[in-house]
Design a protein around this ligand. Structure first.
Ligand SMILES: [Zn+2]
Length: 394
């Protein structure tokens, strides 16, 4: 980012959200270090993604306190009615160009985050909100950009609903658009995920007609070899890494074969079942965020695999409610009630869908992550419980 800024006169640097969650640095300090580290990079605006709500929406005020760049979200409001980040849009002058930017956050926070992430908030449909702001901004802007965290399919729909948008810079679906996608006169770009690419979009804008006359987009792979290390950003990362190293760079076991996320999901489900002596265990695939490579297992690996601070929750369900978990009781068995051990995120969703009474939901004080760390510590590996000698199947 800094080298492009050094080479080019008119540069705008944006981020399409989901800055936090995924690393121990982020999770241990509730996302705050990520915003501090972003301050070392030349971002001019970012939009709130769904993961920015992972520590409850009240934590977003901390991000606003730390960030030295505007954080936008035009469609999420606090119980008071105020915009959650205080800013829906940002006007930025780049050279002679007046740019209007509208920030839009995924509206389905109820599905994407735990209750503390959305309860009490008013969430509006992004397209309707964008139409309103586009109308207001268009007369004062040479270029109108939606900075979205909606996913590429919704970006296409947004481009159709709000044709005044010149560019949509999107996130959420982790799509690697190697070329901008064009819908009408709107260009849609998205640069994959996890900092693997920086998206670069070069535009030539006719200031009289207020339209893009030429464009060229590409993804630039981010590797240590091609980019080198920026000393200021590296120092900010190191400050926080050194604080977590002692806590998480602790060897707790060994792993012999590469385990992918779906295999880990099955193992974790089974560990839950065996540990809490329930009929079933259930871990959602979206909750497992990393593979496990062969070699020593550090606590850090479990933190990266299970970055969310979800607690173990036990549900008591009736037979016909088990379809929620895609499981069937053994043939011939006829119990009235079945128990399922899962994480608090899944439990909340299922409890809401089934309208479960509180006495059927037991949230334990133990974090899922700590249960798995304890399991590895006790056994020296993360294998299916059935393969571990001395552990009995129920
Ligand atoms: Zn997202």
């Amino acid at each position: 980012l800094k080298s492009v800024q050094a080479e080019e006169k008119n540069v705008l640097v944006l981020d399409a959200g989901d800055l936090i969650t995924g690393t121990p640095v982020s999770t241990l300090f509730l996302g705050v270090p990520v915003f501090e580290i972003y301050n070392t990079m030349p971002y001019q605006a970012v939009v709130l993604g769904n993961h920015e709500f992972d520590h409850g929406w009240s934590q977003i005020s901390e991000f606003l306190r730390v960030a030295e760049f505007p954080i936008l979200s035009a469609n999420i409001r606090l119980p008071s009615g105020a915009l959650i980040t205080g800013r829906a849009t940002q006007g930025i002058a780049v050279g002679n160009l007046k740019i209007g930017i509208i920030g839009l956050t995924h509206p389905d926070l109820r599905r994407l985050t735990a209750r503390a992430g959305w309860e009490g908030l008013t969430i509006e449909e992004p397209a309707a909100v964008a139409q309103r702001y586009a109308k207001a901004l268009r007369p004062h802007s040479d270029l109108l950009i939606a900075l979205t965290h909606l996913g590429v399919d919704d970006d296409v729909a947004l481009a159709r609903a709000v044709p005044q948008l010149d560019v949509i810079v999107g996130g959420h679906s982790h799509t690697q658009l190697t070329q901008p996608r064009q819908v009408g006169n709107t260009l849609i770009v998205q640069a994959g995920c996890n900092g693997r690419y920086v998206g670069r979009l070069d535009l030539v804008v006719d200031l009289v007609e207020k339209r893009i006359v030429r464009h060229e987009g590409r993804l630039i792979p981010v590797t240590a070899e091609s980019m080198g290390t920026d000393p200021v950003t590296a120092a900010a990362v190191e400050k926080w890494e050194s604080r977590v190293r002692e806590a998480v760079d602790v060897k707790i076991g060994d792993n012999t074969t590469l385990k992918g996320r779906s295999e880990l999901r099955d193992i974790i489900s089974e560990v839950l079942r065996v540990t809490f002596e329930t009929d079933f265990g259930y871990q959602n695939s979206g909750g497992v965020r990393a593979d496990l490579s062969p070699g020593p297992i550090l606590k850090r690996h479990i933190w990266t695999m299970l970055p969310f601070g979800h607690r173990v929750t036990l549900l008591t369900l009736e037979r016909n409610q088990l379809s929620e978990f895609n499981v069937k009781p053994p043939a011939g068995e006829d119990k009235e009630r079945y128990t399922v051990a899962t994480n608090s995120y899944v439990a909340e969703q299922v409890a809401a869908r089934l309208n479960l009474p509180p006495e059927r939901i037991e949230t334990l004080p133990r974090l899922l992550r700590d249960v798995i760390i304890g399991y590895v510590e006790a056994r020296g590996s993360l294998e299916m419980p059935a393969l571990v000698p001395g552990l009995q199947h129920k």
